[in-house]
Design a protein around this ligand. Structure first.
Ligand SMILES: Nc1ncnc2c1ncn2[C@@H]1O[C@H](COP(=O)(O)OP(=O)(O)OP(=O)(O)O)[C@@H](O)[C@H]1O
Ligand SMILES: [Mg+2]
Length: 321
């Protein structure tokens, strides 16, 4: 659906995107995560042709994103809805009129029965039928984002680009908005790109994610692959520390992923090997309803070989710290 090959983007002398190559599949929910200034928004803006890139290639649905071909670009942009952190609604228009706005821009009548059905249908989809003639100032943040989502869908796009869409919302409302995005992805088959600095967002809905730092993709994969056993830069980004670990003995970090997370590996190991250990640090997290995590245990040096052999046999990933 969306393919970036060796994309580079500068603002004057500032290299903002450095050789980005990513492929996003049809119907996927794809995350782009990274610190402020990493280039996430710029990347989205290059994809939908709001800014130009200097080299490389961006293709959407097989078509090259080329800012020189204005007509084609406009058609491509019609295919990509976008939502933002600050909702960008027009305060003088009510919910219905805000959702209808892109149709107006395209010269599509908004008062025909057909248009009305479409607009009202989207307002219903986002759960705001009872607010249809309310102005944005009388809506909560979560409701405003729902309006923005309905508006982004009104031209039947195949792709929805979300730039920090939940960053201004509290955790419960964030969850609701993410559930809605997931519902849209499933029921309408829309490909969604989610740009965020919130790991929670990526964990909850993204099938795959890229970690962006200083304009480069440093890590890409399923969220559980990125976050359960993070590379150094992702660890720094997450501000994840294993705390104060004992100086004596051996500290081993275990990583629980798909295969290993359901089994009581730790207690089985203690019984089978007849050893004692202490648990020094741990985390468990929910990734789209699967729980994965990692644990640091401290064992006696003489048990190390037994333990690592056992972990290998049980296919548990481990690392001596
Ligand atoms: N129009 C512009 N002109 C000049 N520099 C820009 C422009 N837009 C962005 N930049 C610079 O490009 C870099 C990346 O910005 P970008 O907005 O893509 O980051 P981001 O990852 O989205 O950050 P945030 O999480 O804060 O939204 C920053 O250093 C920013 O100052
Ligand atoms: Mg941004």
């Amino acid at each position: 659906m969306i393919e970036l090959k060796n994309v580079k983007k500068n603002f004057d002398n500032l290299e903002v995107l450095k050789d980005i190559s990513i492929t996003i599949n049809d119907h996927e929910i794809y995350g782009i995560i990274g610190q402020s200034g990493a280039g996430k928004s710029t990347l989205l803006r290059c994809i939908n042709g709001l800014v130009d890139y200097q080299s490389g290639e961006i293709r959407v649905d097989g078509e090259l994103v080329n800012l020189k071909d204005k007509n084609k670009l406009r058609q491509m942009q019609k295919n990509m809805g976008m939502i933002f952190q600050n909702f960008n609604l027009l305060n003088r228009l009510d919910v219905y009129e805000n959702v209808a706005l892109p149709m107006k821009f395209w010269g599509i009548p908004t008062n025909t029965p057909q248009a009305r059905k479409k607009i009202e249908g989207l307002i219903e989809l986002v759960g705001l039928s009872d607010k249809i003639h309310v102005k944005p100032r009388d809506l909560s943040g979560g409701q405003k984002q729902r309006v923005a989502i309905a508006r982004a869908l009104v031209l039947d796009p195949k792709i929805l680009l979300c730039d920090e869409a939940t960053s201004a919302l509290d955790p419960a409302i964030t969850r609701e908005i993410l559930d809605l995005l997931q519902k849209i992805n499933k029921s309408m088959g829309i490909t969604i790109i989610v740009v965020t600095h919130q790991m929670e967002v990526v964990k909850q809905i993204c099938e795959r994610v890229s970690f962006l730092k200083d304009g480069k993709v440093l890590s890409e994969g399923r969220p559980e692959e990125l976050f359960v056993k993070p590379i150094k830069e992702v660890k720094q980004f997450l501000q994840e520390e294993s705390g104060h670990l004992p100086d004596d003995g051996v500290n081993i970090q275990l990583f629980f992923t798909d295969e290993s997370s359901d089994e009581p590996v730790i207690t089985m190991m203690a019984r089978k090997l007849n050893i004692d250990f202490s648990i020094c640090w741990g985390k468990l997290e929910d990734f789209r309803s699967n729980v994965f995590g990692s644990l640091v245990i401290n064992i006696k040096a003489e048990d190390q070989k037994k333990v690592t052999d056992y972990l290998d046999e049980r296919k548990v990933l481990w690392e001596v710290l």
